[in-house]
Design a protein around this ligand. Structure first.
Ligand code: URP
Ligand code: ZN
Ligand code: ZN
Length: 491
């Protein structure tokens, strides 16, 4: 047969298998997966030779902040759907799930979805979907969960911190119960907001304001407390939960224990908790603000090791970027800098939380070479697709079924180690927290639905703004059965 594109001679890695296969692509789908050399003479408009290189399903980044309104009263993410997804494809990611935040003044969650849809329409380089941030779980908002499902959205995020977003435990239970009965997955930001506000006041009263005190204000203890509480609340109503951006090995152990007890608890971590420590926040002057995110980078190497262990032993289900970029040196707003006359070093309290990372996620983790190739694919593509109902359209290479979203790497011999520099990245941000980190792998080609959108050696980003589509999602692949109604009398 003839194909639109063939990828020859590669080592194809999926979450399940690794082997030498040629790939035939037709009409944006994987059309054929055949033993090496069998497509060598096939007719194709485009032939890509992947000799010696890994070919993986395109990255799925399920935690990306783009074009959000002022969320925490501290500034808005610097990337929109265009710059953010351009950065994504340049880093090998073919699908992102971004956030559609409900404003606390709204009783409904539908305006949030419509606002995000409007911003993303005709703007993206890669495929996308939205998680709805529920900040005001009114009866109306809860009743709208089935409408989300009809619109192809099957997840919400809730917060246990940030004044503008924090829910009380009874509100969390309302969300979890409704999510359970409507096939929605709940993502939880687990930090104890009251504890960290109190800690912040203690620090400020002693004029301890520099970026490093951001970490002091939110120790592991308060992440563990919230994680344990989130799991307990989920257990009360029997709802599956996903703890986002886990930074603390202690919290990871709490999650592991819950999983061992059979609870449907899933967990996410991010490169910042694998590669950055508190040292970065302690850099002189205000430099530390570049790595200021929540939860913060933890104390030392043992903490990083604890998170790597969680990736290896199965505690973590997915590895996302939590790309949440702010301009560091914004002359106009001074937002990232938050430097005032009384606090020339800036006050950590006013620094927006979050770092960019959608482009560096896959390269950093692949280059670290600490995960088996199939586990790498599982954590960065297949599991996020499964967890959020995109599988097997995304995250897999099933002929006739999966979209032809591919990341094609350099031959393992091919790339001399080099340092990540912000100059080489495509986001709309003036720094990367990973400046200087050495890597030896980077995606050579990225294909979205069969079309080459990133060709590192020939044109860079060659895709088009607006090519990316909204991708409908179903209920989580990890929870395919409708759950029986919850009954208070079971307690
Ligand atoms: O610091 C972070 N993670 N900012 C992004 C917002 C969030 O809570 O994910
Ligand atoms: Zn969060
Ligand atoms: Zn986030």
């Amino acid at each position: 047969g003839s194909f639109d594109c063939v990828v020859l001679n590669g080592t194809v890695v999926t979450a399940a298998d690794i082997g030498q296969y040629d790939i035939g692509i037709r009409d944006g789908k994987i059309a054929m997966l055949a033993p090496r050399s069998s497509l060598a003479n096939a007719t194709a408009d485009r032939v890509i030779d992947a000799q010696g290189a890994f070919v993986t399903p395109g990255g799925v980044d399920a935690h990306v902040h783009l074009a959000e309104p002022e969320l925490f009263g501290k500034g808005r993410p610097a990337d929109d759907y265009t710059s953010g997804t351009k950065s994504a494809v340049a880093g090998g990611t073919t699908t992102i799930v971004a956030f559609a935040p409900q404003e606390k003044k709204d009783a409904s969650i539908i305006p949030a979805v419509e606002d995000a849809a409007r911003k993303a329409l005709n703007a993206a380089y890669c495929d996308y979907s939205f998680h709805v941030i529920v900040s005001n779980p009114t009866r109306q908002a809860l009743d709208e969960f089935p409408l989300l499902r009809e619109r192809g959205i099957s997840s919400v995020k809730i917060y246990m911190t940030y004044e503008a977003l924090q829910l009380r435990d009874n509100q969390i239970l309302d969300v979890l119960l409704q999510a359970r009965s409507t096939g929605v997955t709940t993502m939880i930001h687990a930090e104890n907001g009251d504890m960290l506000n109190w800690m912040t006041e203690q620090l400020e009263s002693k004029l301890l304001l520099a970026p490093k005190y951001h970490a002091t204000s939110r120790p592991q203890l308060l992440e563990s407390e919230a994680t344990n509480r989130a799991i307990t609340l989920g257990q009360l109503v029997g709802a599956p939960i996903l703890i986002v951006h886990v930074s603390s090995p202690t919290a990871a152990e709490t999650i592991r224990k819950a999983q061992t007890n059979g609870l449907p608890v899933y967990a996410e971590t991010c490169p910042q908790y694998l590669f950055l420590t508190r040292k970065e926040l302690e850099k002189p002057g205000f430099e530390g603000a570049k790595c200021l995110c929540a939860p913060p980078p933890r104390d030392g190497e043992e903490d990083l090791e604890g998170i790597w262990r969680g990736l290896q032993n199965g505690t973590f289900t997915i590895l996302s970027s939590d790309h949440c970029p702010f301009i560091y040196d914004d002359a106009e707003t001074g937002k990232k800098s938050a430097i005032t006359a009384e606090a020339p070093l800036g006050r950590f309290r006013y620094v927006p939380n979050g770092c960019p990372g959608v482009e560096t996620r896959l390269s950093l983790v692949m280059s670290a070479n600490r995960l088996a190739p199939s586990r790498f694919v599982e954590l960065t593509s297949t599991n996020p697709a499964k967890l959020y109902g995109l599988y097997p359209q995304k995250g897999a290479l099933l002929p006739g079924v999966s979209d032809a979203d591919l990341t094609i790497w350099y031959p393992s011999s091919g790339l001399a180690p080099f340092a990540i520099t912000n100059d080489a990245l495509h986001h709309n941000v003036d720094y990367t927290p990973f400046e200087g980190h050495r890597v030896n792998q980077w995606p050579r080609y990225t294909l979205v639905r069969g079309k080459v959108v990133w060709d590192r050696d020939n044109g860079g980003v060659v895709g088009e703004k607006g090519y990316g589509r909204f991708t409908r999602r179903d209920r989580s692949f990890f929870c395919q059965e409708e759950l029986p109604p919850w009954d208070v009398e079971q307690w």
